[in-house]
Design a protein around this ligand. Structure first.
Ligand code: HSE
Length: 400
């Protein structure tokens, strides 16, 4: 019997408690390991909870109990969660988490600490919610030289965009619905400004390319500039607007990661990933293009990924799994300036002004005093230069 402690009894933590107590005993294929949720640590009181007898407020109870071999961190953020994770690993306990902010910011340091203590730090749930993606990249696709990874990495913004595209719902109303459904971060700014997707593309890029990519070096834009008019114009020319995280192998072994809204051709599989679903595409030189699809947020899908890591950690007590990468820095990251694409532009200008800057353009329409047009393929650097003379209100890359 392996004792487990859960830190944080929020949406994900309570889902993990349910899955570990209800499901794991039913699942024959996991039966080589018997799990017992011994403690749930939270500073709040939950007298009505079925887990009331497991609740403790003091992390030291977990830290000092040698029977607890696996700790689940579902607190979130990089404050207390970071402190407790370091202390648990140092006390010889494996840690499993869904905390993408912590993995993206301190993953290298925490993996180093785990290795030193011959325990594991596992975080399958940190990207793509319930989608198995990190193990497939690090194990099943290990034989590939990966050139690019990109995808819809945030369930909240995908839900909001889907509501705008399919039901003409205003941005704020759609976001409120996503919050009610338990998809959004505690502070939804992290979703809509692209920070959550940024943390996730950092983790994916780190795994795909083997060096830690830190979020502070990654340009990230969210969906706050996307209007119902943009959605309608994109539709008119055969595209859907999606927020993508993307990382491309660039020149001189640099990795070019970024987060931004893109126009995707409607026929592309990824364009049809709707609502809270996520879709992640990996391009490898042997496999070609593979896509992973599934629920990217929500209590039980995320708990599903956490529970799998708990089972894995419990099966590997005393064995540090071979998940590791090199540290990285600002030099690891290349600039989006070198990435070439067509652009969708909404700017306060006349069509002759837009053509004077960009040469050949294709006018899509206008809204008020704003012209909407698409450009020929240009690099990020050239785009910035050409757009300087125009009052650009929104500009999105167009994917082929
Ligand atoms: N707020 C995140 C999302 C939760 O919407 O994708 C899952 O990481």
């Amino acid at each position: 019997m392996i004792d487990v402690a859960i830190l944080g009894f929020g949406t994900v933590g309570s889902g993990v408690a349910d899955v570990l107590t209800e499901n794991v005993k039913k699942i024959k294929r996991s039966s080589t390991v018997e799990l017992n949720v011994k403690y749930i640590v939270d500073i709040r009181d939950f007298p009505e909870s079925v887990y009331a007898d497991k609740m403790v407020k003091d992390f030291r109870v977990v830290e000092s109990d040698p029977d607890v071999k696996v700790v689940v961190e579902t607190i979130g953020g990089t404050g207390v969660a970071f402190d407790f994770t370091k202390r648990a690993l140092s006390a010889g306990k494996s840690v499993v988490t869904s905390n993408k902010e912590l993995v993206a910011t301190h993953g290298y340091e925490l993996l180093t600490l785990a290795k030193k203590n011959n325990v594991n730090y596992l975080f399958e749930a940190s990207v793509g919610g319930g989608i198995p993606i990190l193990r497939p990249i690090s194990q099943c696709l290990a034989g590939n030289d990966i050139s690019e990874v990109f995808g819809i990495l945030n369930g909240t913004t995908n839900y909001v965009l889907t509501q705008m595209i399919e039901n003409n719902v205003e941005f704020d109303d759609a976001l409120r619905q996503a919050q009610k459904l338990g998809y959004a971060e505690a502070d939804p700014t992290a979703d809509i400004e692209g920070l959550d997707a940024c943390r996730k593309i950092c983790i994916l890029a780190t795994l795909c390319f083997g060096k830690h990519i830190y979020p502070q070096y990654v340009p990230a834009e969210g969906i706050t500039r996307v209007t119902l008019d943009d959605v309608a114009f994109a539709d008119k020319i055969g595209y859907k607007i999606k927020l993508l995280g993307r990382a491309v192998k660039g020149k001189d072994d640099k990795i070019i990661p970024y987060v931004a809204a893109h126009l995707l051709p409607k026929k592309r599989l990824l364009a049809n990933v709707s609502d809270v679903m996520n879709g992640i595409v990996v391009k490898g030189n042997a496999v070609g293009e593979v896509m992973f699809y599934g629920p990217g947020a929500g209590k039980l899908p995320t708990a599903s990924a956490v529970a799998a890591d708990v089972i894995d950690a419990a099966k590997h007590i005393g064995m540090s799994k071979l998940l590791f990468w090199e540290d990285g820095d600002a030099e690891t990251v290349g600039s989006t300036d070198e990435l070439v694409s067509q652009w969708y532009v909404r700017a306060k200008c006349q069509s002759d002004e837009a053509a004077a800057s960009f040469g050949t353009i294709s006018v899509v329409g206008s809204v008020g005093d704003e012209l909407v047009f698409t450009t020929e393929p240009v690099s990020g650097a050239a785009f910035r230069e050409k757009a300087e003379a125009l009052q650009v209100q929104a500009a999105f890359r167009i994917m082929v």
